[in-house]
Design a protein around this ligand. Structure first.
Ligand code: PRX
Length: 656
């Protein structure tokens, strides 16, 4: 070990003993908020926060909770989300302010101002209208991290057409499924997308599944990389050409506060993804308020960078809607942290003078593995606040982040929330909260989080189920087209007034929340949410496979990784390496690369109850080498022994 490496190790050891980190005094001195706001009147509190937005018509009622769990916020109020994110800043004289310092993976630099957004969003909105898109029509978006994705989302918002964004890392088959189930009328995509020096021909790949998307009448194609792009006359439209031909002005018509803003599909415990529906007024209130509060935002001076992809909720809420509603200058980076080399992020951070940096634990662990020298070569002294999201952050990664990236002077906000909650729910306030590495600390003002036992009692300091006990403005309103599943998934366990999160958590003696992980069959791989059932169904659709069961295993890099127990069909013996690759590629095609199993274990049979239900708990126990509990409920208890042997064989092969 080099001298610097061992001195870093020593520093981290020292920090490990320090269990609590009060906000640094220099930070507190200029913090926007230094005292926790007391909430006496829940509705008055949120009405006050909604007042930060520009309403075309004021609301008559703050919250209608007369038919739980279906909430309505700011009833009777009208606003336009795009107007709030763009026009009002331009009208306030801030047109020249940069909204996004966009940085390309080959070092390209493009600064997009609020005036640029104002111009482009109107023209793009007119393009949508010119091609028959009306208020209420669903528009799919499948775009990489380029400024046009923001313009496309805001153009939809401007005309009240809910968008349905699909993460660029998903496969065209996933796009097809999501367009089909949401009955999308159009899809906005791109000629090609770059990733680590390679270009993927996105539109050409989407064309291959177009037949499965009968509802999609128009495909809008953004010109980005110049990749070869087949265009179908009468259906496909080049966005740049159409924008040139479109009118410049598109009035921002006010919509009802409860008008749907977007659907975002997320994984649940069955194979069918859930269409999480968010609406306008409450959602925008929640993301704008929390973005300002949690990140101590100073819009006139901060350069804020959230490294998420817009295709996830973090991108929707904290790249697009929250930051823009607050008039923020953000960094938007196209590429991966290690391309062209492992300096990539820190180069961008230094050159843009980033002051607030919001990323995921998995990225911090990767940077940690590469070593501190990449960050240390750069001047990151402008950084004043760090954030984390997506999964529990292990204390070692927290401390490394604090020391190497934050120079021990930046508070860390570990933000807990979900696609469903719309915005941050539990997080430190950087100028107020003493942090403890690994804990998201306490609920934000206006949020009532509790840890309950199975029977609904307060769990005290024992592990229990995390719940949210009062409606909040950014909450999902339902699952698109499936109110029943909405009620069943979130509001059945504890009744219609208590939202069941699906996470296990513990509250310590100081009232700090420690989120442990999912309690359902949802995996968290590199902060990306995936369902075991969805991956199983992709594996089983491979012609050689008879049956599959998927579990998540703890993984040093990605938090969790996918392990699949697979039974091949007919009288086939265990698969060979080629079969492993085939299955992995098949999953990539069906869902996306991120869902590929890291480990495949061949199984002659799977542990099932007499009624045929696969007992994943036993598979997890076997995979982790745990003592097996009661197996008498199994139809065939001998299966377990065979599997144990297989797992051991696999482990010794991995070790070699
Ligand atoms: O298990 C929790 C975990 O991520 C889940 C939500 O995933 P998704 O809807 O994809 O949204 C991710 C980005 C908000 C949660 O149920 N999770 C998220 N943030 C944290 C977390 N677990 C622990 N600590 C966090 N800060």
């Amino acid at each position: 070990m080099s001298d610097t490496a061992s001195s870093l190790e020593r520093d981290l050891e020292r920090l490990l003993d320090q269990e609590r980190f009060p906000p640094p005094p220099e930070f507190v001195e200029s913090a926007e908020v230094t005292e926790l706001e007391q909430v006496d009147d829940h509705e008055a509190f949120w009405a006050d926060k909604a007042g930060a937005l520009d309403w075309a018509q004021p609301w008559e009622q703050v919250l209608d909770w007369s038919n739980p769990p279906f909430a309505k916020w700011f009833v009777g109020g009208k606003l336009n989300v795009a107007y709030n994110c763009v026009d009002r800043h331009v009208e306030a004289g801030l047109g020249d302010r940069v909204a996004f310092h966009w940085r390309g993976e080959e070092g390209e630099e493009r600064d997009v101002t609020y005036a640029d957004l104002h111009r482009d969003v109107q023209r793009f909105a007119n393009v949508l209208k010119d091609h028959g898109i009306e208020t209420g029509d669903i528009v799919g978006i499948f775009l990489p991290m380029i400024p046009e994705v923001v313009v496309a989302m805001l153009a939809c918002a401007r005309i009240g057409a809910p968008h349905n964004v699909v993460f660029g890392g998903f496969s065209p088959e996933s796009v097809k499924e999501r367009m089909e189930v949401s009955n999308a009328k159009a899809l906005i995509t791109v000629d090609g997308a770059r990733r680590k020096g390679k270009t993927a021909a996105v539109k050409a790949a989407v064309d291959e599944v177009m037949e499965g998307m009968p509802s999609v009448k128009t495909v809008f194609v953004v010109r980005s990389t110049g990749a070869e792009t087949p265009m179908t006359e009468g259906r496909d439209v080049w966005v740049d050409e159409a924008m040139e031909a479109a009118a410049a002005d598109c009035p921002a018509e006010p919509f009802d506060a409860e008008h749907p803003l977007f659907i975002l599909y997320s994984s649940g415990s069955t194979a069918a993804p859930k269409g999480i529906l968010h609406t306008s007024g409450g959602y925008l209130t929640g993301v704008a308020y929390t973005h300002k509060l949690v990140f101590d935002l100073k819009p006139e001076s901060d350069v804020y960078w959230c490294t998420a992809d817009v295709g996830w909720i973090t991108g929707h809420s904290y790249i697009v809607y929250g930051p823009l509603a607050n008039g923020t200058t953000s960094v938007m980076y196209e590429g991966a942290p290690d391309y062209p080399d492992k300096n990539a992020w820190w180069d961008v951070g230094e050159k843009t003078g980033t002051t607030i940096f919001y990323t995921a634990p998995t990225a911090i662990r990767a940077a940690m593995k590469w070593g501190p020298e990449y960050a240390e070569k750069h001047d990151l002294s402008k950084l004043r606040l760090l954030g984390s999201v997506g999964e529990p952050i292990n204390p070692k990664a927290w401390l490394w982040y604090h020391k190497v990236i934050g120079g021990e002077r930046c508070p860390i906000v570990d933000t807990w929330w979900q696609t469903e909650t719309g915005h941050i729910m539990i997080s430190p306030l950087p100028g107020v909260t003493e942090t403890k590495p690994g804990s998201a600390t306490q609920p934000l003002p206006g949020i009532d989080a509790r840890v309950l036992t199975d029977d609904g009692e307060d769990a005290g300091t024992a592990q229990g189920f995390l719940t949210l006990n009062r409606p909040w403005p950014g909450m999902l309103r339902t699952l698109f087209g499936d109110d029943e599943r909405f009620v069943e998934t979130y509001w059945k366990k504890y009744g219609k007034e208590t939202y069941f999160v699906g996470d296990a958590a513990r509250k310590d003696e100081d009232g700090y929340f420690w989120v442990i992980g999912r309690v359902d069959d949802v995996l968290n791989v590199s902060g990306h949410r995936m369902s075991t059932a969805e991956i199983e169904s992709a594996i089983v659709s491979h012609e050689k496979v008879a049956e599959a069961a998927v579990i998540g295993q703890p993984d040093e890099d990605s938090g969790q990784s996918v392990t699949a127990f697979v039974t091949l069909g007919g009288s086939q013996a265990d698969g060979d390496d080629d079969t492993v690759n085939e299955i992995r590629e098949h999953v990539a095609k069906k869902i996306g690369k991120l869902a590929r199993p890291k480990r495949i274990i061949w199984a002659d049979d799977l542990p099932k109850t007499r009624s045929g239900k696969i007992m994943r708990r036993l598979l997890r126990d076997i995979a982790e080498g745990k003592e097996l509990g009661d197996v008498t409920t199994l139809r065939d208890p001998d299966v377990m022994q065979q599997l144990e042997t297989k797992v051991k064989e696999r482990q010794s092969a991995d070790e070699e």
